[in-house]
Ligand binder design. Structure first.
Ligand code: FES
Length: 125
């Protein structure tokens, strides 16, 4: 399958139709990311233990269309959680998806919730 940016569209909490069970919270690395698959999408999920929050975004980096963001470093910039692509260090807000150090397309972000031991990602379809 050819990676395609149009596969990914941000989902706001109000628009969630499906909470997809991504896996047990204990399987996700602390302060790091892991990739899951939902339909034809690869989704990066980040367990931001420093902030006690979780984030999800497309795994596809819009720079060279590589499926790599789940392996990126996470951190904060101006109180915004962000991920840096492991290949060329473009950074993206994990809240808005905006490219913070350039003019690349924004990445899609998705709501995450943890219920019991499990992590769920919200999708609109
Ligand atoms: S492929 Fe992600 S920054 Fe180049």
């Amino acid at each position: 399958m050819i990676a395609n940016l149009s596969t990914y569209e941000s989902v706001q909490p109000d628009n969630v139709k499906v909470w997809f069970k991504a896996g047990p919270a204990s399987k996700f690395p602390k302060n790091g990311g892991a990739c899951i698959k939902y339909k034809d999408k690869q989704i990066a999920i980040f367990n931001f233990t420093r902030q006690a929050t979780w984030y999800a975004c497309q795994n596809l980096c819009p720079h060279k269309m590589e499926m790599v963001l789940s392996r990126g470093m996470i951190g904060e910039e101006d109180m915004q959680p962000k991920v840096a692509c492991p290949l060329h260090k473009n950074t993206f807000s994990l809240k808005t998806g905006k490219n913070l150090n350039g003019s690349l397309d924004a990445i899609a972000t998705y709501p995450v919730k943890v219920e019991g031991e499990f992590v769920f990602v919200g999708f609109s379809e």
